[in-house]
Design a protein around this ligand. Structure first.
Ligand code: F6R
Length: 608
């Protein structure tokens, strides 16, 4: 996730900006840059790669004098990591410099308009649009230009802006991306997150959506979009530097779980316009999409589990046949790919060796490959024919949570798009599904807020030896992910089973007190899963049920029930996974495991 830092004051800005960027390194980034006003003009230094490169280029900031500056660590979204795409971005006259965290959703039409007005672009980023728009609207009043731009952009942003005409002022604004400001005797600061400025001040003000901040060496003023000053009280940060990196959460995994509502919003909202699903990145018009006869989804681990959910959703909604393969199997099984097949590889890192090999194998055979990838510019993103990005931002905890949730909704969008072009859903049904998708982030939030109850339950299972997760159809897919989450971070043996399959052998493992988590969200299968719950309960199992609100009947067969809110039956996994993630997390915390870095595991598996 991009990081922003800015300073205006009596001290030299560049070392402070570099120091702040260093403190934001944990957020993940692929390039870094700074814009510093030296008393006469704004200078930008930026480079792809680690912050070290920028530190070397500027001799730790020494070569960039001046007391006003902004800096940025970039996590690529629009355009691969490169010097040109790194922030800050200038207007043509180099009198306005911008750093941006977020995504400008309507940047393409805005870019077209600006090009029509004679503006030329040096980068592929959405951010450069902002620099040129500010230039277009700037007639001597920075606030006026900023407000005009805000009224025209859609998406999320936290911006730091320098105007060469205002050498003692730093401007900042946000909507849906984090921004804080702070002040000490020497000057004022902006940042994406507390660690960047903790060394200079513990009094921090959180900027709200569409508030604009004007900072000078002597103080800062916050305004709303009507240019009325807003009074805000700073909060005192008590966290130490390590806790501040995690925004006060105990682990990155918990923080990332709490980022899921935003991740889902960021992944779906640019692709839902009015009543239409628009996935430009597919690189295929409706006619071409209609020619796709079969999908092969290929991935590893949690991404594979997202693919299994995808199979149920794609087949159910778009009535298109789908095969799902583990990448390590696909690459060696000489798979049968027939005319009209399209391969979909799913990967958070975009670097997983087996998934990459499966992609290459498919391309070698002449089949189109769509990547559903989180890391822009990664190997899979570069080599796939088309890429649909999940906008989860960098994931630091080894066990995936938010990237998995983003993969799920990306697959729902794909299924809805295919259903639309194949005519397997009516426009009315599609509109209903879009409403359900838009509600998911709030529903996820609601479930996350139920964490205390799940923590109390989890504490009872710290000493568990075996745990089983069961479910049917789409609930089986989520059982697989629930089981993986538990075993990888708590080291408790766990298995996922299709509920109807238990009696074919596995049920002999059920003993007095064995925990069985039964997921049952599909109304037409409630009775069937309840029967399977009764089977294990009568053999001594303790049954935890995850089901939809209103399904009170399940209480007869379960010892403990977690209800999820109503949504479209194809989207339930996005909600059912939340209590399962929380359960795994609290069991692992209770056992004292290294939650963010489980033993023997790596975040990016670049070996076979
Ligand atoms: C589990 C987990 C892994 C990854 C798998 C694929 O929590 O994170 O199972 O899902 O290693 O990784 P990517 O998605 O990077 O290809």
């Amino acid at each position: 996730m991009c990081g922003i830092v800015g300073y205006v004051g009596r001290a030299q800005a560049a070392p402070i900006v570099l120091d702040g960027l260093e403190k934001l390194e944990y957020r993940g980034y692929d390039s870094a840059g700074m814009a510093i006003f030296d008393g006469e003009r704004i200078h930008i230094t930026k480079s792809v790669g680690r912050l070290k490169v920028l530190q070397e280029l500027t001799h730790d900031g020494g070569t960039m004098p001046g007391c006003l500056g902004i800096g940025h660590t970039r996590w690529a979204t629009h355009g691969a990591p490169s010097d040109e795409n790194a922030h800050p971005h200038f207007n043509a006259k180099e009198t306005i410099a911008v750093v941006h965290n977020g995504i400008i959703e309507n940047y393409l039409p805005l870019k077209k308009k600006l090009e029509g007005r004679g503006y030329t672009f040096r980068s592929e980023t959405d951010t450069e649009v902002l620099a040129h728009m500010l230039d277009y609207y700037y007639k001597g009043d920075p606030m006026d230009a900023i407000i005009k731009v805000l009224h025209r952009v859609e998406g999320s942003y936290a911006l730091g802006i320098l105007f060469a005409d205002f050498p003692g002022e730093l401007f900042a604004v946000r909507k849906d991306s984090p921004l804080i400001v702070g002040q000490n005797k020497e000057g004022c600061f902006i940042a994406s997150d507390v660690p960047a400025i903790l060394r200079y001040t513990r009094e921090v003000t959180y900027i709200e959506n569409q508030e604009i901040v004007r900072l000078t060496a002597d103080g800062l003023h916050i305004y709303n979009v009507d240019e009325e000053e807003v009074e805000k009280t700073p909060v005192t940060i008590e966290w130490d530097a390590e806790a501040a990196e995690k925004a006060g959460y105990e682990h990155f995994m918990l923080k990332e779980m709490y980022e899921q509502p935003k991740t889902v919003t960021d992944t779906i909202s640019p692709r839902m316009r009015g009543n239409e699903i628009i996935i430009e990145e597919l690189g295929m018009d409706d006619g071409k999409l209609r020619q796709v006869k079969k999908l092969h989804i290929v991935a590893c681990g949690s991404a594979y589990h997202a693919g299994v959910t995808g199979k149920y959703v794609l087949e159910g909604l778009a009535r298109i046949p789908v095969e799902v393969d583990l990448a390590s199997e696909f690459r060696y099984r000489n798979p049968i790919l027939e005319e009209g097949a399209m391969v979909v590889v799913i990967s958070q890192s975009g670097e997983t060796a087996d998934t990459l090999a499966a992609l290459r194998e498919s391309k070698k055979r002449g089949f189109p490959v769509l990547g559903i990838v989180n890391v822009v510019g990664s190997s899979i993103a570069r080599e796939a024919d088309n890429v649909m990005y999940t906008w989860a931002g960098p994931e630091i905890a080894v066990a995936t949570t938010k990237a998995y949730s983003a993969q799920l909704v990306a697959l729902y969008l794909l299924a809805m798009k295919l259903a639309q072009v194949r005519g397997t859903v009516t426009q009315e049904e599609l509109a209903g599904m879009m409403d359900d998708l838009r509600r998911l982030p709030d529903q996820i939030e609601l479930l996350l807020n139920n964490k205390n109850r799940i923590q109390r339950f989890a504490n009872r299972y710290i000493a568990a030896r075996d745990v089983f997760f069961i479910g049917r159809s789409i609930d089986y897919a989520i059982s697989m992910e629930g089981s993986l989450k538990l075993k990888e971070i708590s080291y408790i043996h766990s298995e996922a089973y299709a509920a109807g399959e238990l009696k074919h052998g596995t049920i002999s493992l059920i003993e007095e007190g064995t925990l069985v988590a039964a997921v049952s969200t599909q109304p037409e299968l409630y009775q069937k899963t309840i029967s399977n719950m009764v089977e294990v309960k009568s053999r001594g199992a303790f049954v935890l049920a995850v089901t939809c609100e209103g399904n009170r009947e399940i209480e007869k067969a379960a010892d403990y029930v977690i209800y999820i809110p109503h949504t479209n039956r194809f989207f339930t996994n996005s909600l059912a996974i939340i209590p399962l993630q929380l359960f795994s997390y609290y069991v692992a915390v209770g056992k004292g495991c290294d939650v963010d870095k489980p033993r023997n595991l790596a975040k990016s598996v670049t070996v076979e």
